[in-house]
Design a binder for this molecule. Structure first.
Ligand SMILES: Cc1ncc(COP(=O)(O)O)c(C=O)c1O
Length: 482
């Protein structure tokens, strides 16, 4: 049976259920599979025509042993997760007319209109399945730069096994995103708007890490996480890389590029691992905005901090791409000791310079770039004027970065990841298009509905966030759930 270990090497190997329910490994590391499944071209050929849900079943079965979740239960969880998606095919991939060999992978047809729905629809239903079987309840805490929070809150809402504590940097996400969390009236959803986060969502991640380190509290409220520190998110995100490739390739082996707007490297960690499993994707393009944390890693070999810039692609205003450590584990011969030293060095000094051999190994097959807001806005306007297709600011970052790297990339087919629906970013769309009224493509009924609904939630100061959460979460647990 495939087991999971910490990328920092601590603790014993665990099964998939434990890895998922724990979130972080006990030593503060990230769970990784002991081996990555390897897929031959023959195997890929057999899967080429599967629907998204069928493919998800095949790929997830490689990680989830049937003695833990039976094939029938896994199929039911997948059907439940993706049954609510707006499009039957789950992820449509239209071709752009105005650009050569360019496709858009529309990852935003889940309930909260971003690619986070792809991971969380499945993960929350899987966690719920495990907890019902164990007759247990968990307090889930997530930090968000705008999209994880709504998705986690939405899929957790009304689940008897879970409580969602959703932290967001007040004023640094869009009003639409905030309302997606605060207009859910279920008693098990608790949005917390946090004032004064100089480093945005990364400030919130730091507090979550502290709460995890507090063993007494952790055990008292059964704390866990569905942020992309959770292996379950990465595992399920490998599926759209395979699916996208199969939809666009004429034959298995064709070289196809993929451009991904990136912040925490959760999405691209899955892409990098999909390639290591045998997906013949050519170049993975890391698209950063001005917060070029991944660009520094992949261009300069340095994992470092810089002051945050607030950009129009706010969901990727991220300084610490935590999932890079998970991917790196597989690029340095699974040397957990090395990963542990680097992660500790980063925690201490906020900078790590990688040695030449490691740098060469992890950057193979990746290109990266970082673009300004002006470049992002220009692409939104251009593509809309050229063919009436409306990109959200994150998808636009992927087009703008690929454009800046066009000579290195060449002209093989390229799939741009559209990770959010433009309706979540109405003010930015208005500015980019220079229009007062929004085009139809920038509207969505769920966003319109949330505009007139009452909002509920907590607010807190970043400086006191840890104490505030200990108080609120313990109180809630004691009053409602003991
Ligand atoms: C719309 C959107 N695009 C891209 C990303 C970046 O994904 P990742 O953090 O997995 O790199 C996020 C979230 O962080 C997002 O919400």
């Amino acid at each position: 049976m495939l087991k999971f270990v910490s990328n920092k090497g601590g603790g014993k190997p665990v099964d998939i259920e434990t890895a998922i329910l724990n979130g972080y490994a006990p030593d503060g590391g990230l769970y990784v599979p002991e081996q990555l499944p390897q897929l031959s071209f023959e195997q890929l050929e057999q899967w080429k025509n599967l629907s998204y849900k069928e493919l998800a079943f095949e790929l997830l079965s490689l990680f989830i042993d049937s003695s833990i979740v039976s094939a029938q239960d896994l199929k039911t969880i997948i059907a439940k997760a993706y049954g609510t998606f707006e499009k039957e095919e789950v992820i449509p991939i239209p071709k752009l007319k105005s650009r050569k060999n360019a496709y858009i992978m529309e990852l935003f047809y889940g309930s909260t209109l971003s690619f986070k729905d792809i991971g969380l629809a499945f993960l929350v239903n899987l966690v719920d399945f495990f907890l019902k079987r164990k007759q247990k309840r968990l307090s889930i805490i997530v930090a968000t730069t705008g999209d994880t929070g709504p998705a986690a809150a939405n899929y957790i809402a009304g689940k008897s096994t879970l409580d969602a504590w959703v932290l967001y940097p007040k004023g640094m996400i869009t009003e639409e995103q905030e309302r997606q969390m605060t207009t859910l009236h279920h008693d098990n959803v608790h949005p917390v708007g946090v004032y004064n986060c100089p480093e945005g969502g990364d400030d919130l991640d730091a507090v979550i890490k502290q709460l995890y380190a507090n063993q007494t509290f952790k055990e008292k409220v059964n704390l866990s996480s569905v942020n992309s520190i959770n292996w379950g998110r990465i595992m399920v995100q490998t599926v759209h890389y395979f699916y996208g490739y199969f939809q666009i390739a004429d034959k298995i082996g064709e070289e196809i590029n993929m451009a991904v707007p990136s912040g925490g490297f959760g999405n691209l960690c899955a892409g990098g691992l999909a390639r290591k499993m045998g997906l013949p994707v050519k170049t993975l393009i890391i698209a950063n905005n001005k917060n070029a944390c991944l660009n520094r890693i992949f261009k300069d070999g340095v994992f470092s901090m810089a002051p945050i810039h607030e950009t129009v692609s706010s969901a990727i205003d991220i300084l610490v791409p935590i999932n890079f450590w998970r991917f790196l584990y597989f690029c340095v011969g699974k040397d957990a000791q090395k990963i542990k030293e680097w992660m500790e060095e980063f925690d201490k000094n906020r900078v790590v310079h990688f040695d030449e051999a490691s740098f060469k190994s992890y950057k193979k097959g990746f290109l990266s770039g970082s673009v300004s807001d002006e470049q992002t806005m220009k692409v939104i306007k251009e593509v809309f004027e050229e063919e009436g297709y409306l990109l959200d600011p994150h998808a636009a970052v992927s087009l703008a970065v690929a454009h800046s790297l066009r000579e290195e990339i060449g002209d093989a087919k390229i799939i741009f990841f559209a990770t959010a629906h433009p309706a979540k970013f109405s003010k930015i769309i208005q500015k980019a298009l220079g229009c007062e009224s929004l085009p139809k493509a920038a509207l969505h009924p769920s966003i319109e509905r949330a505009k007139w609904q009452c909002q509920k939630g907590y607010t807190a100061e970043q400086a006191h966030l840890e104490a505030a959460l200990l108080d609120a979460m313990e109180n809630h647990w004691e009053r409602n759930l003991k």
